[in-house]
Design a binder for this molecule. Structure first.
Ligand SMILES: [Zn+2]
Ligand SMILES: [Zn+2]
Length: 309
């Protein structure tokens, strides 16, 4: 049986093939909060020991975690961020922002982000480095980059976990709904294809040739979650096309952070970015900076203080 599939090279897909699994995303989030022992993570994310150990090995293999050996008096060693995973900070910021916009939960409402540089509570915002306008996916177009090749990707996708995100025990898990949606590669790939202007089942299937029942299942999920809406474009037989809702478009900055991270850290054989973003508003190449909504300065992990209550 063929175990790989070919898709157009795309840094978002490359990033997601490395970290876009629900458990990996939950683990990275906990390590950002400073939870770095096996038992601490086990308690926080609610995975089985086998699953946790498998994902920790994987994250070390792709260079997103480094294991420090146990010191005297401690057991089991600890897991730490690397330069590569620290660079996911922008992505975590945009994830929190999106989650707060669309989901209400006392723990989430209590999260406060303070920018040490200006001393103010802020919301993270993505702006164009050139014109400093907020980034909106509807004003972005795409050009083929020097690495525009075809990627051979592992077909094996871990089944969508049946454990609900509401059952993740950790109160620190502040973007669990986003993780639930993007936490299997195909669902996230569909969102990314929608940003590129694809609407119809056949187009999605052409770009992402996985089993049609998987595609239908993921499209249904995206509709249930309010990320996609649908409308009939043909009556007999009845066929639907899918479009991004406002909630769906608002995921765009999060995906830009993944693309920029993938360009930097998940370089494929082609060399250079496969896709270049272009900001139509200012007619220049787009680089998205995640900035403080109060002072407009680009955020750095060490300049942000996060309180949970
Ligand atoms: Zn611009
Ligand atoms: Zn600020």
């Amino acid at each position: 049986m063929n175990t790989t599939l070919s898709t157009r090279a795309n840094s978002i897909n490359r990033a997601l093939d490395e970290i876009g699994d629900k458990w990996c995303l939950l683990i990275i989030q906990e390590v950002f909060w400073g939870i770095n022992t096996f038992s601490g993570m086990l308690e926080a994310i609610g995975a089985s020991r086998g699953v946790l150990s498998n994902r920790l090995k994987w994250l070390q293999r792709v260079g997103c975690l480094r294991k420090a050996l146990p010191t005297e008096g401690s057991r089991g060693g600890s897991y730490h961020l690397t330069r590569k995973s620290i660079d996911l900070y922008d992505s975590a910021m945009m994830a929190v922002e999106w989650e707060r916009r669309y989901y209400r939960k006392p723990a989430l409402d209590a999260v406060k982000l303070v920018h040490n540089r200006c001393g103010m509570a802020f919301s993270p915002r993505m702006q164009c480095q050139e014109c400093r306008q907020s980034v909106d996916g509807r004003h972005v177009s795409y050009r083929a980059g020097p690495g525009a090749t075809i990627d051979e990707r592992e077909k094996k996708v871990r089944r969508r976990s049946s454990i609900s995100v509401d059952d993740v025990p950790s109160e620190r898990s502040v973007y669990r709904n986003l993780i639930n949606i993007v936490g299997d590669r195909w669902t996230a790939n569909l969102i990314s294809l929608a940003f590129h202007g694809h609407h119809r089942f056949e187009a999605f299937h052409r770009e992402l040739p996985v089993a049609t029942n998987i595609l239908s299942d993921r499209l249904r999920l995206l509709e249930q979650e309010g990320v996609f809406g649908s409308r009939a474009y043909q009556q007999r037989p009845r066929r639907f096309e899918y479009y991004l809702t406002e909630k769906g478009w608002d995921l765009f900055p999060y995906f830009v952070t993944l693309l920029q991270w993938g360009d930097k850290w998940c370089d494929g054989p082609g060399g250079g970015p496969p896709i270049l973003l272009h900001h139509d508003s200012c007619d220049r190449p787009l680089r998205g900076d995640v900035v403080c909504s109060h002072c407009g300065e680009a955020l750095k992990a060490y300049n942000v203080r996060i309180t949970l209550n």
